[in-house]
Structures are given as structure tokens and as C-alpha cells.
Write a protein that binds this ligand. Structure first.
Ligand SMILES: Cc1cc2nc3c(=O)[nH]c(=O)nc-3n(C[C@H](O)[C@H](O)[C@H](O)COP(=O)(O)OP(=O)(O)OC[C@H]3O[C@@H](n4cnc5c(N)ncnc54)[C@H](O)[C@@H]3O)c2cc1C
Length: 412
């Protein structure tokens, strides 16, 4: 138990940040390139945070964290505002994979992956999605077969965010084809390095970024200690991971440090209100109406995250309630991005002058808003989960429930 108050902690973090973290240059804000150099920078920054004693504010002390409450995590976020921080490690390393290892990993795995991540030595990614099914996660067909003390992995994953910069991917694979689909899965830690049987390709997106990866496993040999949780109980681990993912994507994770996502590249214009002002449209009643709508969504999003997050931590809402945060994140993101485009008007497609950079980024954000309703599970699936698991409405019919997976028709 710390005797330091939140205020004292914040003041100490503020003084430390001023001394140790490079300030963000407002004229040249951090641009997250899709390259390995940027990931080395993230590791370096995390090492600074670790050495400063501020890593893993809500992680248990046994695994390198500080064991403090979310009030301290929020205070730290305020204290480091305006400084460069290892933001990219928040998702999925700190907010998704590390907590799932805390819940289901062995003692050795917790020391290796959780402490390793907090020290800036280990970056983690997720191998869930497959080309033949994303929403139907329990339908994965990547297989792991036991061979003596080892496991042999064969299959293909896709849409793994930033796996090229990571050290391990947590990977859901089928280990029993005779069990029904949810009961024949196991979870593994797959090392991401040049090795026999492992290929990683990067995927170029419409925004010209190439953050997404696809991985191929051909007789890739994994040691026995790659298994996370019990054999054939991977669905338990995956379900927990999905809760962390929805909480994190929604913006309510206690395991993030500092800003959840990289900040927009152009700091002049971050919100519809700022954009309207910078274009001299703040007195236009239509623009005011649209900006007001976006602002309302943002405020409600913040309140929902706070209330649902607290209620889940108290046990007043069940873990699937994380889908409420995740759903509202997408709704809020779509509204904000649409309003930004509306306010920019023709400039959005033919940007010029002083605001060109901001608006070009706005258009990229507009294209990427699709991702907010797919990444971390789609909004349709979030609605299903809220209705079935939070509100207790009838379950969706599934023809493959309780059928041995071997007998389930594969593909679409
Ligand atoms: C930004 C981003 C980051 C991502 N990062 C990762 C990552 O790191 N690792 C990883 O493994 N994956 C990642 N993904 C993949 C993501 O998890 C999948 O895109 C997601 O699970 C949806 O799967 P899908 O794209 O195959 O869509 P599909 O499953 O093909 O679904 C298509 C549409 O049908 C709807 N639908 C499907 N089934 C139902 C149903 N029963 N009821 C109602 N509607 C239904 C879906 O909601 C969706 O709108 C990422 C995706 C994005 C966009």
C-alpha cells in the first residue's frame, strides 16, 4: 500500500517527466511511421518509464507494476501530457495481452511477458483473425498438434495489428477436432522472429499505412511452455482477452499508461470545434449544430467508459458489458469523423493553404473510421453480446453448437 496521495504522485510524475521525457514539439508532433525504428523508440521510451518507476501503475507489484488504483493511472496521464510516451505499447501489449497473461499464464509466463513488457523488453500482438472468419472466432482452423514435448503449428492469421514490431503473438489454435468448436481450442505464445515455418507479410491499406500483418505457420515448432492456460480450454482465455480488448478499444482500460492512442499528427486541429474555428465557420448555425452533436457523443462516451468501467470493476455489471464501451467508441468515432468532413466541406477533397495538413489527416481519419466498427470485434457483434449477455435476451441460433468441429462445414 502506498502512503503517497494521488496529488503527490501526480506532482512527482510531473517533475520526473520534465526531467526525463522528451517534450512533444507542437510544430513537429510525433509521426508514427510504420517502421522498426519507431518501435525501437517505443522500447527506449518504455525503458525510461520503467527506470523512472512509473511503469504498470495498475499492474500487480509481483510482476513489476505499482499495484495502484485507476486514480493514480489517470493522474499519471495528466502529468505526462505534452511529453513523448510509448503510446503504441498500450494496444495490444499493456491493455490486452499482458492482463490476459496475468489471469491465465503460469508464474514464468507472467515474469517473462508481463514484467518483460513493463521493462520495455517485450512487445506483444494478437493472432486471432483468420482469412475465413473474424467474427466467428471460435471457428478458427489454424491447428496445433502435440509432438512429444512440443506443439506443431499450421495455418494462417490475418489483420494482426503491428505484429511486425512485436516479439510474440498470442495465438488461438485448434487442438481437438472432435470436440465442439468452443471446446477444442488452445492458446499459445508464438515468437515473431526469423525462423523455419514462420512467415510474416505486411498489408498495405487504403490510407497507405501498412500496420496490419498476415502470418503463415508451416510446421512451426513451439515449446511446451508456449501454451497459455489449459489444453482445449483456449476459449476461456480468448473470452477473457476479448473482454480486455473491448474495454481497451472502448477506452476504459486501467492498464494503459498515458494517452491510449498516438495523438493526431496535427495538433492545431484535433476536434470538430477546433476545425470549425480554424476555418472561420464557428458562427454558422449548421456547423454549430453538427459540432454540438459530435461534442455530445464525445462527452457521453467519456461518461459511459467511466461508469461502465467502474461498474465492471465492482462486479455490478458482468464482463460482457465491455461491449457497451466498445460500441459507443465506434458510434462516437463515426460521428466525430463525419462532422469533421462536413465542417471541412470541399476542402476535405481539395485541401490547400495553412489547414491542408490537418484536413488531409482528417480525410485519412475518415477512411479509418470503418476500423472503429470492426477492430476488436464488430459493432453488430457488440450489439448481439449486449442483448444476449447483459440484457438476457434469447441467444442467436447456432447450427454448429455441440457438433464435433470435424463435422462442421468449413468456409463460406
Ligand atoms: C483496426 C483493426 C485492428 C485489428 N487488429 C487485429 C489484431 O491485432 N489481431 C487480430 O487477430 N485481428 C485484428 N483485427 C481483425 C478484427 O478482429 C476482425 O476484423 C473482426 O473480428 C471482424 O471480423 P471480419 O473483419 O472477418 O468480419 P466478418 O466476420 O466477415 O463480418 C462481416 C460483417 O458481418 C457481421 N456479422 C458476422 N456475424 C454476425 C452475427 N452473428 N450477427 C450479426 N452480424 C454478424 C459483422 O459484424 C461484420 O459487420 C483488427 C481489425 C481492425 C479493423
Amino acid at each position: 500500500m502506498t502512503t503517497e496521495t494521488v496529488e503527490e504522485f501526480e506532482a512527482r510524475a510531473r517533475a520526473w517527466a520534465a526531467e526525463n521525457l522528451p517534450p512533444e514539439d507542437p510544430d513537429n508532433p510525433p509521426h508514427f511511421e510504420d517502421d522498426l525504428e519507431d518501435w525501437s523508440r517505443q522500447r527506449e521510451l518504455q525503458k525510461k518509464v520503467w527506470e523512472g518507476g512509473f511503469a504498470g501503475i495498475c499492474f500487480p507489484q509481483e510482476y513489476g507494476g505499482l499495484g495502484l488504483s485507476t486514480a493514480y493511472q489517470e493522474a499519471y496521464g495528466r502529468a505526462i501530457h505534452g511529453y513523448q510516451t510509448p503510446t503504441r505499447l498500450n494496444l495490444p501489449t499493456f491493455a490486452i495481452v499482458a492482463p490476459v497473461i496475468l489471469d491465465h499464464g503460469t508464474e514464468e509466463q507472467k515474469q517473462k511477458y508481463v514484467r518483460g513488457a513493463l521493462m520495455g523488453d517485450v512487445i506483444l500482438s494478437q493472432f486471432f483473425s483468420e482469412p475465413k472468419g473474424g467474427s466467428d472466432l471460435a471457428g478458427v482452423i489454424t491447428r496445433a498438434e502435440r509432438d512429444g514435448d512440443t506443439w506443431v503449428l499450421n495455418g494462417n492469421k490475418i489483420w494482426s495489428t503491428a505484429a511486425y514490431g512485436a516479439d510474440y503473438g498470442i495465438c488461438l489454435a485448434r487442438t481437438d477436432w472432435d470436440a465442439p468448436k468452443h471446446r477444442g481450442l488452445s492458446m499459445f505464445m508464438v515468437p515473431i522472429k526469423e525462423q523455419a515455418g514462420f512467415t510474416l507479410n505486411r498489408i498495405r491499406m487504403v490510407t497507405a499505412d501498412s500496420d496490419f500483418c498476415e502470418e503463415f505457420f508451416e510446421d512451426l515448432v513451439l515449446p511446451a511452455d508456449a501454451l497459455v492456460g489449459e489444453v482445449n480450454d483456449g476459449w476461456t482465455v480468448a473470452s477473457r482477452q476479448l473482454v480486455y480488448e473491448r474495454t481497451a478499444v472502448g477506452g476504459g482500460s486501467q492498464y494503459t499508461q498515458g494517452p491510449r492512442m498516438p495523438r493526431p499528427q496535427n495538433h492545431d486541429v484535433q476536434s470538430p470545434a477546433e476545425l470549425a474555428k480554424s476555418l472561420g465557420k464557428q458562427d454558422d448555425p449548421y456547423v454549430q449544430d453538427r459540432v454540438g452533436l459530435a461534442h455530445t457523443y464525445e462527452v457521453i462516451h467519456g461518461q459511459i467508459n467511466h461508469r461502465v468501467g467502474q461498474a465492471m470493476r465492482r462486479g455490478a455489471l458482468p464482463p460482457p458489458a465491455a461491449s457497451i464501451m466498445r460500441l459507443f467508441h465506434a458510434e462516437s468515432m463515426w460521428t466525430t469523423r463525419d462532422v469533421m468532413m462536413d465542417v471541412a466541406g470541399g476542402l476535405a477533397v481539395a485541401p490547400n493553404g495553412h489547414y491542408a495538413g490537418a484536413i488531409t489527416n482528417g480525410v485519412e481519419d475518415y477512411l479509418m473510421r470503418q476500423s472503429a466498427s470492426l477492430g476488436g470485434g464488430s459493432t453488430e457483434m457488440a450489439r448481439n453480446l449486449i442483448s444476449e449477455r447483459v440484457l438476457g435476451m434469447p441467444r442467436e441460433y447456432a447450427a454448429d453448437r455441440d457438433v464435433p468441429f470435424r463435422e462442421v462445414r468449413q468456409g463460406r
